[in-house]
Design a protein around this ligand. Structure first.
Ligand SMILES: N[C@@H](CCC(=O)N[C@@H](CS)C(=O)NCC(=O)O)C(=O)O
Length: 223
């Protein structure tokens, strides 16, 4: 694996910093793994962007990690690739690791209401009332975080920072952007993730970015 990693620099194709939650996850993981990589932003929703994505991989989405000319799509597959090279990205304890994988899978496959109603938009701060179903999903996530933080004595979901925290960082930003309800413990967790120096590097790039996705910027402005 080390050979694969060093032969050519890793390249991560990502969507826009302000909006691309799926891109943020592996970007954070690569940073925490201290795996050197270069990144290339593909502006989403501009004419021809989909062809560009389909030229990269059949998935037609970002993130995509290029390893020695081979391209690996999907945030979770990229996370697992990094964890093979740097095993402490998952908790060491087997039971904890299983649980961490379960909560990551939940995020990767679910929480569709929050994804639709409160898309990641780092520049957004709004107090517009959110739909009930979205509030309910936020409460469920906050309760799940609380149970894990309590069981593992915070500040992270498991013993140390892990892929699970990477997967929930974009969710934390949604709580901040849309004022979603959360417990005091979850609020502390959100602050922890959002004050992470690597996240803050990403956020600075989002604030500096000029590309706008009007459809995403419209979400929840009119309620
Ligand atoms: N399951 C994929 C989802 C990737 C995804 O939907 N990425 C969005 C950007 S955040 C995308 O590429 N959208 C472009 C499109 O759907 O046309 C993953 O985990 O990487």
């Amino acid at each position: 694996m080390a050979e694969i990693l060093t032969a050519q620099p890793l390249k991560l194709y990502i969507g826009n910093y302000n909006y691309s939650s799926w891109s943020l996850r592996p970007w954070l993981i690569l940073r925490k793994a201290e795996l050197p990589f270069v990144e290339e932003v593909i502006d989403l929703d501009i004419p021809g962007y989909k062809d560009r994505l389909l030229d990269l991989t059949d998935a037609g989405t970002v993130p995509v990690l290029e390893v020695n000319g081979e391209r690996l799509p999907d945030s979770l597959a990229i996370a697992e690739f990094c964890a093979q090279a740097v095993p402490n990205l998952w908790p060491k304890d087997p039971e904890m690791k299983m649980k961490a994988k379960e909560v990551v899978r939940l995020m990767h496959e679910g929480f569709q209401i929050i994804r639709d109603e409160a898309p990641m938009n780092l520049r957004r701060r709004t107090e517009t009332p959110m739909p009930k179903a979205c509030l309910k999903e936020a409460e469920d996530i906050s309760a799940m975080w609380d149970a894990l933080l309590e069981a593992h004595n915070g500040p992270y979901l498991f013993d140390n920072w892990s892929i699970a925290d990477a997967f929930y960082t974009p969710v934390a930003t949604r709580f901040a952007s849309y004022g979603l309800p959360r417990s005091v413990r979850s609020d502390t967790y959100i602050s922890e993730l959002m004050s992470d120096p690597d996240f803050q590097d990403w956020e600075m790039k989002a604030f500096a970015e000029t590309h706008i996705l009007p459809e995403t910027d419209k979400v929840n402005l009119k309620r």
